[in-house]
Design a protein around this ligand. Sequence first.
Ligand SMILES: [Zn+2]
Length: 324
Amino acid sequence: MRKRVWKTLAIAICISIILSFLPYSEKTRPGLPRLHAESAKGSRSESRPAVPETYRDQVVVLVYHNVDPEVPTPESISPRMFEDHIEMFRDRGYHVISMAQFLHFLQGGPVPDKALLLTFDDGYEGVYRYAYPILRRHHLPATVFIVARWAGRKHGWFQYMSVEELRDMQRSGLIEIGSHSYDGHRTILGKNGTTPALVAPGAHEAEADYEKRVLDDFVKSRKFFQSELHVDNGIFCEPFGASSPTMIQLGKKAGYRYFFTGGGGSVTRQTPPEAIPRIDAGNRNMNPKWLNKWILQQVRPASTHGRPGQDGKTGEGAVPEYSG
Ligand SMILES: [Zn+2]
């Protein structure tokens, strides 16, 4: 009798050990109610167009922020989860392209099927320590968008990559660096409440002073990247994913040509360079299965390429608004 009890116990322990090792296993990942809810919701809406398994002549641009095993913020993903994303891209036949390939595509060039562009916003130190080694191991290109004034500094809770670390990544030939403003990644009190600093004048700021302030920021950031990193690639990522026609006009005056924003949807050769959409991939609960679904929901039917207004927001209404 006692022998049987011990045997049953041993078997139970073995099973639970095996279960704990299952990758992507929904039992081991936090924050899954959403995924389950999604698939449950999915089955309810048979009328929704089927999500394609592949796509061509378009690129889905992904946004990550921080990659760090310790930092528990919603925009910080663990190195393990990030590597799971990378493995999913490989297993599902995605092609991660470089910024150079992407810009060539916008000018009419070719692009592989299921093309993805990886971008990292803000310049968190964790990207250099944890994401970069994984990208190197898989020989994958990516772009980091840096707030020039934060480089090498601690800002709030976070340490940001130094110029030396950025140069080190440049030397790999895999990492492109772009501007996320000089010192425009903050909010101010505007005429209608809080506003991203580059988007509109302050409550008591004259339009001319606002325009001078924003042009200065664009010019200073371009000079920083030219002098410190020998970069002059014309790409700019909008702080908070926010912009205004005046801001874009001033950015162009300073020499920027491509403006990355948020808002969801895929990029085609007809996408205006002033508003290049991206989707958030760096939420700490974004498991690979959900990310794959999320990417494919951005895909536009080929027939809509080039038609304004067809913004490709075919997602489940849950285009997460990322904050920065
Ligand atoms: Zn940002």
